[in-house]
Design a protein around this ligand. Structure first.
Ligand SMILES: [Zn+2]
Length: 295
């Protein structure tokens, strides 16, 4: 590798950093050798993290001349790689400052924090470190070749996870963001909506995080023990999203049960724009009419 931190001196955003690294390291192998990359970028050592309840840490000095990345060694390989990418993100993004001087400590909840549009400085820092890790471990140009044209399917997720040596959730996030169809992938644990990964253009998910999966969802109709992706089935979009006035849409769901009560649920939306004068019903009235039609 020939990249140095000098090459990254003027860059501070996760996308900027990942783009610069990929432009200098054009032949970066897949799976990305994340430990080698970290050492190339002045990380002196990668060692075991012994602090219970945390996934990763970064020890560094005030001017970031060097750093030591700490990783929870009991985590599965894909997650350990993600943690290294995350800590490397903290190291490279100059504005990131730990709570305790010289020492970042990151929990599993921090690693699940993906929402970049938040005002809390700490939460935003964690989301940026995740964003960087996702981009460097699953480089978008390499991913594109891996998303076949046509119908989206959760069956592609384990193939991506294996190819890039990342967790299924990291693969699901990249898949949802870069698929050309309008999709979102909901992460469910024990019937509760934990978070959603979606294309930037996908509408806001109206079911709040921490609330149960809507009763109408295919989630409740499938056997959670069968670890195969279900077929697509139709659902009224308003169970998951609010449509704008004059908008009609079809939505399909696909369920993929995982271990330990986890499941991935894909939402695939097809919006059809309709002239507004056609329809002066409120969104609630349209929902009711549509429900009657489906009954
Ligand atoms: Zn962190």
């Amino acid at each position: 590798m020939k990249i140095t931190r000098m090459d990254l001196a003027d860059t501070g955003s996760p996308m900027g950093l990942a783009t610069k690294i990929l432009s200098v390291e054009k032949d970066l192998p897949i799976p990305v050798p994340i430990e080698e990359l970290a050492r190339q970028l002045d990380i002196q050592d990668i060692a075991a993290l012994e602090t219970a309840g945390f996934e990763g840490g970064l020890l560094t000095d005030e001017d970031r001349s060097t750093g030591i990345i700490l990783v929870n060694q009991t985590a599965p390989a894909g997650r350990r790689r993600f943690t290294i990418g995350h800590e490397l993100g903290h190291f490279l993004i100059a504005t990131h400052r730990p709570v305790e001087s010289g020492k970042f400590l990151c929990s599993r909840a921090d690693m699940a924090n993906w929402s970049l549009d938040q005002t809390d400085r700490y939460a935003r820092m964690e989301a940026e470190a995740n964003e960087f890790s996702g981009l460097i471990l699953i480089p978008p140009p390499a991913l594109r070749k891996f998303i076949p044209k046509g119908d989206p399917s959760l069956q592609h997720i384990p193939l991506i996870a294996k190819h890039f040596d990342v967790s299924k959730e990291a693969a699901a996030r990249a898949y949802a963001r870069y698929h050309q169809e309008e999709i979102a992938i909901i992460v469910i644990k024990d019937g509760i909506v934990k978070r959603a990964h979606k294309r930037p253009t996908f509408p806001w998910i109206s079911v709040p995080y921490g609330k149960p999966v809507p009763k109408a969802s295919v989630f409740h109709a499938k056997d959670q023990r069968s670890r195969v992706a279900s077929k697509l089935s139709a659902i009224i979009p308003e169970h998951w999203i609010d449509l704008k006035a004059g908008q009609r849409a079809e939505m399909f769901e696909q369920l993929y049960p995982q271990q330990d009560g986890y499941a991935l649920l894909m939402l695939w939306l097809e919006v059809e724009e309709i002239e507004e004068e056609d329809d002066d019903r409120t969104s609630k009235e349209r929902f009711r009419d549509q429900q009657q039609k489906w009954r």
